[in-house]
Design a protein around this ligand. Sequence first.
Ligand SMILES: CC(C)(COP(=O)(O)OP(=O)(O)OC[C@H]1O[C@@H](n2cnc3c(N)ncnc32)[C@H](O)[C@@H]1OP(=O)(O)O)[C@@H](O)C(=O)NCCC(=O)NCCS
Length: 223
Amino acid sequence: MISSYVRDIRTLPADLLTGWQTAGLAGVKTQFTARTLHRAFLKLHYLVIEQDLSAVRRLRPPEGVVIEQSDGERRRLDPILTSHNRESFDARIAAGRTCLFAHRGGRPLGYTWISDRVDPEIELLPLALPGDAAYLWALFVTRSERGRGIGSALTSARLAAAKALGFRLGWRAVSPANRPSMRTVEKTGADRIVGEVKITKILGRLYSREVPYGDQPVLRVTR
Ligand SMILES: CC(C)(COP(=O)(O)OP(=O)(O)OC[C@H]1O[C@@H](n2cnc3c(N)ncnc32)[C@H](O)[C@@H]1OP(=O)(O)O)[C@@H](O)C(=O)NCCC(=O)NCCS
C-alpha cells in the first residue's frame, strides 16, 4: 500500500506532463484524481454495445497516418503513455492481448486494444463476453490529433482486425456522455445496445450493477 503511494508521488511529475501533452487539462486532472479521489471512490456508467463484424464500415485514417498492429515493442508508443499506461501495456501484451496503434512517420498518435477474453485483472470490467465476441476497448487519440478521423479509423481497423482473428461480434463499453466515442460506434457499423453497466469502486472494492436490455447477461458476476 505504502509502496503504491511512493510510486504515485515519484511518477507524478512525468505523468502530469504526459497528461497535459496528450489530453490537456483533462489529462492533468485524470493524473491527480487517479492518485487521490479515485483511489477511494470511483463511479462509472457504460452502455455495453455489440457490433456485428460482418457489417464493418471501413474508414481510412487521414493522409499520412498509418494504423498497424503492435509487435509488443512498447517503445514506439512510450511518448504518449503515462507510467500507469506503460505498466498496463506490458501486462496486456504478456497476457496475449492485441494492440493497434496509429502513427505519422513513426510518431505515435493513438492506440486501442482487442481482447479475446475478459480478465478482471486486465480488462477491469467483468463483462459476460460471448465466446464468439472480442472485447474492443481502451481507445485513445492524443489531444492535438482529435477530430480528424483517427479515432474512427482506429475503431474501424479494430473491428476488421477482430474479424480477421476469427470473431463474429465485437463488444464495447462506452459512456453515453462520451459523444466522440459514441460517434465512433455509430460510424463503423451495425450495433445494438446489450445493456447498461454501473460500476462503483469503494476503497479498492468493485461493485457492479447491470441493466440487461434483453435475455443476454451483461456482467459475469453481479455483486
Ligand atoms: C474518443 C476519441 C478516441 C475519438 O478520437 P478522434 O480522433 O477525435 O475521433 P474522430 O476524429 O474520428 O471523431 C469521431 C467523432 O467524434 C466527433 N467529435 C470529436 N471531438 C468531439 C468533441 N469534443 N465533442 C463532440 N464530438 C466530437 C467528431 O466530430 C466525429 O464525429 P463526426 O464524424 O460525426 O463529425 C478521443 O476523443 C479520445 O481519445 N478521447 C479520450 C479517451 C476516450 O474517451 N476514449 C474512449 C473510451 S471508450
